[in-house]
Structures are given as structure tokens and as C-alpha cells.
Design a protein around this ligand. Structure first.
Ligand code: F1P
Length: 309
């Protein structure tokens, strides 16, 4: 085992394929707590959990299952009416999430996804789905967040019973196994900046990849919708820097990135890795960069496991 593999963060992120499979099974048995087709939903969370909420919202709307917004828990627009609010919180103790759930009590149905069944969120939400098998000792989140998204994906696809087609959680888990084994994309350990790009549900993944590198490695990242990138942010890309696309690259973008002299990473386009498996590669890069910079990914600067105000 190398120094990189021996961090808690590295150990936990390597268990994601199995966690996702368990999450898909749990989707089947917890369907009664999850949004019904046609409900008007808001998904909320903080930090990593907020980005998973964004990915879920885009996936649910694209699947035609109902209007779905996503908000940072602190920015929830209290004047709007929703049929249900879905809160994602690994710790079950994040102040902004608990405050929002308290304010919604008796007014809007709430469902929480959490890792720890011994926390205040268990009584703050009307219904709770517990992914205790995906809980983490690491401050920096990896497997809880992606497992929560895997559960919600499986619920949307109705494949809790084990669907295996393209876009299924089973396929994503198999791809994540590859993402854990294959060497990281050439040249990435020596760049000094990465811009992550997404589109639709992968925008949340791009934001999460950027946050992971900042949290674990204090590394400079940015994240944008891919079609926004040419409207300014591309100016940052150049020699010794990279742009990393989650999902399919928009037409012409590869050429535009090549013209900057920057490195393009695009492993989850058509026929490639499931974008969630590509996020696993970004998590691995975050740990590798932390170690290369003499930082301990298990002790991220200025961060705590949950923010309790
Ligand atoms: C959310 C969160 C994490 C972040 C940091 C502080 O926690 O913002 O995403 O990495 O550790 O807490 P939670 O509500 O999902 O427990």
C-alpha cells in the first residue's frame, strides 16, 4: 500500500462500487419515503450534499418525474410551495439543514438521506432513509455523497431491483471499479489548476470534483457548465493547466481547449465511464495531489466533519 492509499479518505473512496450497489437495493425498499412521480420537489444540502442535490434535481426533471429545484439549505426560498423537500446530510447535524427542516415541519413533507441514525435529523425530517453502510470517518466526503446520489438515481430508474442497462447504477458501479484500478490521466499530477465542466446532471459532479480538490489538497479549481466555459472561464486554461469534462463534450470544445495549450480530460463521454465513476477519478486525484503537496487528506485545512453553528 502506498502513502496515498493509506489515508482514510482513500480507503473509503475505494469502497464506492459496493456502496452504490447497496444503495440501489435500498432504493427498492425505501421507495415509500422517496419522492413520488409528479411531486414538485426541492432538494437541499450543504457543501458536497448540496452538489448531490443539484445532480439529483437535474436527473429527476430530465426523467420527466416532476419539477425539481435544488438549493443550498441556507438559501431555500421560504415563500415557495413544494410537495416535498429532500434533504441530504451525511452527519445529520448540519445546522442549516436542521433549521430548514424545523421551519418546514407541518407545512411541507420532508425526507432526509443520512448516514448516521443517532442524530437530530432522525426526528427533524418526516421520513428518513439511512445509508449507514456509506458513513465515513473522513472529514472530506466521498462515498456517502455518491451513494445518496446512487440511491436517488436507482429510485428514478425504478431499478432498485437491479437494472443493468446504460445509465444504471449497476453499470456505474462496474465503471467505478475500473476508475479505481486504472492509472490517473497522464500529466494531471503536475498541473497547477483544473477547471471542471459539466452539463445537466453532471454540473453537480463538476462542482463536487472542484470542491474535493480544494478540500483535500487546497488545490485551485473552478467549475462551470461546459457551455458557459467559453464565456470567460476558458481564459484561465493554458499550458500546465487542465479542463476536465464530466459527460459528453460539446461540439468544438476539444479544439478550443487544445488551442489554449491546456490538457483535456474527458473520460465519461459516449461509451466511456459513467460520470459518477469519473468523479471517483477526481476524488483519487484530490488525494494524490494532497499527498504530493505534503498535505494529509484526512486533516483538511479549516474543515470539520459537519458545520454546527
Ligand atoms: C456537509 C458539509 C460537507 C463538507 C464539510 C462540512 O455536511 O458541508 O460537505 O465537506 O465537511 O459539511 P453534511 O450535512 O452532509 O453532513
Amino acid at each position: 500500500m502506498t502513502a496515498i492509499d493509506s489515508s482514510l479518505t482513500a480507503e473509503e473512496l475505494a469502497t464506492q462500487p459496493d456502496c452504490w450497489r447497496r444503495a440501489a437495493t435500498l432504493a427498492g425498499t425505501s421507495a415509500a419515503a422517496l419522492p413520488r412521480r409528479g411531486e414538485r420537489i426541492a432538494a437541499v444540502g450543504c457543501g458536497t450534499s448540496w452538489f448531490m442535490a443539484q445532480s439529483y434535481a437535474a436527473l429527476r426533471e430530465a426523467a420527466g418525474q416532476g419539477e425539481t429545484d435544488a438549493f443550498a439549505a441556507s438559501e431555500f426560498p421560504g415563500a415557495r410551495d413544494y410537495d416535498r423537500v429532500v434533504a441530504i446530510t451525511r452527519s445529520g447535524t448540519t445546522t442549516e439543514v436542521l433549521t430548514l427542516l424545523g421551519a418546514l415541519r407541518g407545512r411541507t413533507a420532508t425526507t432526509a438521506l443520512t448516514a448516521d441514525p443517532h442524530t437530530p435529523v432522525m426526528t427533524a425530517a418526516d421520513q428518513v432513509v439511512v445509508l449507514d453502510f456509506a458513513d465515513e470517518r473522513s472529514v472530506v466526503q466521498t462515498r456517502f455523497a455518491t451513494s445518496a446520489l446512487a440511491l436517488l438515481r436507482a429510485h428514478l430508474a425504478g431499478d432498485g431491483a437491479g437494472g443493468e442497462g446504460p445509465g444504471s447504477v449497476a453499470k456505474a458501479a462496474a465503471d467505478a471499479e475500473r476508475a479505481l484500478e486504472e492509472p490517473l490521466p497522464e500529466g494531471l499530477l503536475t498541473v497547477d489548476q483544473v477547471t471542471f465542466l459539466g452539463g445537466g446532471w453532471t454540473n453537480g459532479l463538476a462542482l463536487e470534483a472542484g470542491l474535493k480538490m480544494r478540500e483535500a489538497a487546497c488545490f485551485w479549481t473552478e467549475a462551470y457548465p461546459a457551455m458557459e466555459y467559453r464565456h470567460g472561464p476558458i481564459a484561465i486554461t493554458g499550458p500546465g493547466r487542465a479542463a476536465w469534462m464530466f459527460g459528453e463534450l460539446p461540439e468544438g470544445l476539444a479544439g478550443d481547449i487544445a488551442a489554449t495549450g491546456g490538457l483535456l480530460v474527458a473520460g465519461s463521454g459516449a461509451g466511456g465511464l459513467d460520470p459518477m465513476a469519473d468523479l471517483v477519478r477526481a476524488q483519487r486525484l484530490a488525494v494524490a495531489l494532497a499527498t504530493a503537496r505534503g498535505l494529509d487528506p484526512d486533516n483538511p485545512r479549516a474543515l470539520t466533519r459537519s458545520v454546527q453553528l
